[in-house]
Design a protein around this ligand. Sequence first.
Ligand code: HAM
Length: 416
Amino acid sequence: MSNLQAVRGTKDYFFEEQAKFSKVVSVATEVAKLFAYQEASTPILEFSEVFKRSLGDYSDVVNKEMYSFDDRKGKSLTLRPEFTASIMRAIITNGLYNQMPMRIFSWGPLFRYERPQKGRMRQFHQINVENVGTDSPFSDAEVISLGHMVLTKLGIGNDRFSLEINSLGDKDSRQKYLGKLVEYYTKYATSLSEDSKLRLEKNPLRILDSKDAGDKKINQDAPKIHEYLNADSARHFDLVKQNLSDLGIKYNINHLMVRGLDYYNHTAFEFVTSELGAQGALIAGGRYNGLISQLGGKDYPAVGFGGGIERMAELMRHSKEPTNLVSIISLCSDAVSESYKLAHKLRESGIASMVEEGTNLSKSMKKALEREAKYALFIGEEEMASGQYKLKNLQERKEQNFTLEKLIEVVQKNEF
Ligand code: HAM
């Protein structure tokens, strides 16, 4: 294979695709601001320990998907596979405790060595929110409503996704539940898939979201966590559900959804679509009280989510923003330098413009139409002498002469 290929599972973005990508980022940034989030970014490289201590030794991400390597001093570094652990590490490193509660929005690239397929990349990108320092069930519902608003504002209607929620309870509830789960699965140990046999030893909860047909059958009668939630955990989950209903957000309870990262407790949620084949989760997250202290910091509760930018972009139907681009077409070689001066003046007035190279009128017009310019501005000897320029609205197929001043005004105000 030629070295000139993009690395498997990575992708180059151009034009239309990049426009959709950027739109997801700008809409999410705007919605996060409506919820009073502030932006932060952390390095893409972290000590491997940060993720090993956060995501769980037996999570798929730590076990088989991290891009880890030793640097020249022999320190193990990892390209971040997710944001949450990095952000919590950064809170500890920078001692940001006096700013609690804190709302942090980030976006950027992440890396997981997974088998690439539709909607699953090795370098992918997330928008990510973390609401740190509050244990209130209202904040769980609020974080979910933020995700819901991002999808809505991207034009992804709620007939195209569903919201699945579950409670993983607190530590005590889960301990009790795990005992019951192990008891149940041990009865079927020989029939479980090879992966799930291993999970039974290392991380029995993960058997619940196994994709293996045999495991799925066994899962049907597995004990359900909600039967083992203690009073506090049950109350927390009830309030989350109540608040979601109050906000008019529909949800399904999915007892089998346990999430692939080990730090979650209480609320877990995923916005899923059936339009992307097997990789249906658009936005996923939950509550993760205890992670900061697990990493060596103070004990603060937190809730958040990550949303796959590529997956959301894939679902967007319209991405093209209408532009006011003015293509300047020189009618003779003497007009070329004047064209560049005009382009500069338009840009100084906040109007996008470019000079079509060459003086062949039909070729220049073809180029202007290809780049979907809204206007063509013609400049030849006559125009240079009179200071009156012919402006053609390429979409509405009308044209008129204007002085430069008037031309700038009508384009700025969208009046021609
Ligand atoms: P996650 O479920 O691993 O959670 O990922 C969140 C989202 O990232 C997924 O729902 C999906 O849209 C996208 N995603 C994940 N892997 C890939 C991939 N290989 N290719 C394309 N998109 C992908 C987390 O990462 C948690 N840190 C979320 C969180 C934040 N929980 C609390 N705060």
